[in-house]
Design a protein around this ligand. Structure first.
Ligand SMILES: [Zn+2]
Length: 334
């Protein structure tokens, strides 16, 4: 799952309204081309809303059939409709989902060796979502839409004018200069942990990102978008002067095992550092909060205080940085 779902990772900018681009990968490597594209689909919002309720972290509104939809969701791991050809993101409504999920493999083998009748369960889920979709659109979506619009206004105001600088900064530091892909960022109002993720299908190297704006307050919204964009572009540039891949290689050459925490989490720490550093450098923070304190109380970023940016990690410094990363990672996972 780690390989295909990365934790913590469309046009909704003013004038674009809630447009719904169709599938298709856009190229970003032309002057002034957009690097990310905000996408909003009520059905994707519904999907993550039901999974939030199924995780026990939200109260259920009074919608007939919602309990059955939640029960159906508990039978299908949330990530499977994301990684199966990124099917979920192509769906505009539950009827689309029923057709798309009907193309899934008949069975899915879990990491523990169990077998899930994936197609049957996923189609059952789509039908359960279809039953509640009208009530969701009437009772829940208006508030969700407003929350998403609010977040998107902040993105348009504080990120869009600096988009070229933001992406030039982190792609240059991470060795992603050849990335040529407009990253799709789907916004939803609510969802289960994590607040953002990047999904990649086995068939395509391009990822699609999801950001739950309800759990991405303050500057964390911008950080989440950049963090997931790094994951999406990492999929595209892997192994090609890519700093994250290079760091992993160096750790292995230094004698760490591939299962050691620092090998598994070290490159990801650089994703955290680089995204936060980029936001801190380019995006104003009207609330005046320190970025390290914005991130939802996990204190995760406080471990990065004083760490150099990826750009300043040279050959001589890298192992002292990694020792600190290893300590931070051990603390995070204690
Ligand atoms: Zn991540």
């Amino acid at each position: 799952m780690k390989r295909i779902i990365f934790l913590f990772a469309l046009s909704l900018f003013p004038g674009h309204s809630f447009s719904q681009p169709t599938a298709g990968w856009l190229r970003s490597n032309t002057p002034n081309q957009k690097h990310f594209e905000i996408r909003v689909k009520p059905f994707v919002d519904l999907y993550f809303f039901v999974y939030k309720i199924s995780s026990g972290s939200a109260t259920s509104p009074a919608i007939e059939g919602l309990d059955q939809a939640v029960a159906a969701a508990r039978q299908v791991p949330i990530f499977l409709p994301l990684i199966n050809k990124l099917a979920l993101f192509g769906c505009d409504n539950a009827a689309d989902a029923e057709r798309a999920f009907g193309q899934f493999p008949e069975n899915f083998k879990t990491r523990t060796g169990g077998m899930i009748p994936l197609r049957e369960r996923a189609v059952h889920l789509a039908r359960a979502l279809s039953f509640i979709e009208p009530a969701f659109l009437q009772k829940v979506w208006p508030q969700h839409k407003a929350a998403i619009q609010q977040a998107n206004l902040r993105i348009a105001r504080d990120m869009e004018p600096r988009e070229q600088e933001l992406f030039a900064y982190f792609t240059g530091h991470l060795g992603f200069e050849n990335a040529d892909y407009v990253v799709p960022i789907y916004l939803v109002a609510e969802g289960p942990w994590p607040a953002a993720l990047t999904a990649n299908s086995d068939e395509r190297k391009h990822g699609a990102c999801l950001v739950n704006v309800g759990d991405s307050q303050g500057a964390h919204l911008f950080d989440a978008i950049l963090h997931e964009s790094i994951h999406a572009l990492n999929l595209e540039t892997e192994g090609n002067g890519n700093v994250l891949a290079d760091l992993r290689r160096r750790l292995l050459e230094a004698g760490f095992d591939k299962n050691d925490l620092v090998v598994r989490e070290g490159p990801h720490m650089l994703v955290f550092i680089q995204s936060v550093e980029t936001v801190r450098r380019f995006c104003p923070n009207p609330s005046g909060e320190r970025y390290e304190e914005v991130r939802d109380g996990t204190k995760r970023l406080s471990y990065f205080e004083g760490l150099p940016t990826v750009a300043s990690i040279g050959d001589l410094e890298v192992f002292s940085v990694l020792r600190r990363l290893a300590r931070a990672a051990a603390t995070l996972h204690a």
